[in-house]
Design a protein around this ligand. Structure first.
Ligand SMILES: Nc1ncnc2c1ncn2[C@@H]1O[C@H](COP(=O)(O)OP(=O)(O)OP(=O)(O)O)[C@@H](O)[C@H]1O
Ligand SMILES: NC(=O)c1ccc[n+]([C@@H]2O[C@H](COP(=O)(O)O)[C@@H](O)[C@H]2O)c1
Length: 150
């Protein structure tokens, strides 16, 4: 956010929810990102949060994304497939450095939720409160079949 006046955040695989890798709906993910950016004092006028469903054809995915978002100058991404597909579509791609990756890794955080470990310090406070309020960690445990209530 320091390098651009406005940022578009893609909510990828927006059709997915209630799965191990994407437990939350696109709407719930939007709420979480909004809470996190609010907590950092970032004005909503500076960003767009846009859900984009997956498609069966990687070769045209970058063009598919373009139909969902306002015009943009550069893509910021680390996912190798995302980088390749945008470059093939002649879009400039910037690859940001890792930010404490060993600590901030959502796959690990989801595992901690499933195992009932303390993941609260790994997400913004408001996001923790939101996930708790929708019982998101219980949902994840139920999805993988380790719900203690059953
Ligand atoms: N700490 C970080 N610093 C920089 N980039 C990150 C960091 N954590 C994630 N990313 C990038 O954000 C994207 C999503 O990573 P994330 O950890 O959320 O994946 P994930 O949800 O665990 O992946 P999957 O659902 O495929 O297991 C990836 O492209 C990754 O490279
Ligand atoms: N064919 C497709 O629909 C296609 C191709 C490349 C990336 N994607 C999506 O882009 C997102 C990439 O996410 P990360 O950057 O968090 O790894 C995922 O949601 C992924 O499904 C979709």
């Amino acid at each position: 956010m320091q390098r651009a006046d406005q940022v578009i955040v893609l909510i990828g695989s927006s059709q997915e929810s209630h799965t191990l890798s994407n437990p939350f709906t696109a709407g719930e993910r939007i709420e979480m990102i909004r809470y996190a950016l609010d907590e950092e004092g970032i004005e909503p006028s500076r960003y767009f949060l846009i859900p984009v469903p997956d498609i069966m054809m990687n070769s045209v995915w970058a063009y598919h994304v373009k139909t969902y978002v306002p015009s943009f100058d550069v893509v910021v991404a680390r996912n190798p497939l995302v980088i390749r597909l945008f470059k093939e579509a002649n879009v400039e791609v910037v690859e940001p450095p890792m930010f404490y990756r060993e600590k901030y890794n959502s796959t690990v955080i989801r595992k901690m939720m499933i195992n009932g470990e303390d993941w609260g310090k790994l997400v913004p406070k408001s996001v923790y409160n939101y996930i708790k309020s929708i019982k998101g960690d219980d949902r994840l445990r139920e999805i993988v079949g380790t719900d203690k209530k059953r």
